[in-house]
Design a protein. Sequence first.
Length: 269
Amino acid sequence: MIRRERPSRAAVYDGDVFLAPPTDASQRLVAAARAGLAEALGADDVRDVPQRISNEELFKRVGALRKQLYMEPRFHDAIRDVIRAFDFDPARIAFDPLRLRVVRHRGHENPLAAPVYHPHRDTWYSHPRALIAWWIPLDDLAEHETFVFYPERFAAPVDNDSEIFDYNDWVRDGWELKIGWQKLGADARYPRSAPGVDGGPAVGFSCRAGENLVFSGAHFHATLPQATGRTRYSLDFRIVDLDDHAGGLGAPNVDNRSRGSALSDYVMP
């Protein structure tokens, strides 16, 4: 299921997952994010610092960096460089900008972090069928440090509550939640699969820093709980080929009942 080669849109829409080698562009992005983390945390051992401070302090320190990664034009240009390296044409791509993901040691034991671990499809957050997710790790990671896909559910419905998610309400009442800076513990509602849903066999992966994991936003997947003694960092963004979207192309939409359209706030070509 996970192909270690260059991604193609058609194969992504069919459910293939690609883990492509690092490129100069993805390595530059990783270096910039790691430098920003080192500055924010006041140390180079960024995977170990969070274990020495509180959740609140960690959230406060990385908040400004998250905002920069999401909003600054230089990081928008960095996304264009990353996708261009794989022959995705930035002139026809809209994107939902960079997010810095932070998965702490035993983070799953914190009730405020529960939504991070809910099995879900990204499309349940009012994204279109043509959504492609792009994930880049900041470090070499073992399989138990990443996340898993449930490929049997790619084109099969999953009991879920995606109808609770209305994009217009989300950005009106909690726009900062898109980025994750300054809303620790906010009372937001996240779509999720019904408790106890059987996703079928899980497929995981290991990876190297700067590799490019590319997959359809319709994939049913979940972050793995971990207790490695270290914190995991990654970057991700989402893209939509506007020609494909206009032509009705994309992955199957089998169970998404979210309302509104996140595409309205994407960065356009």
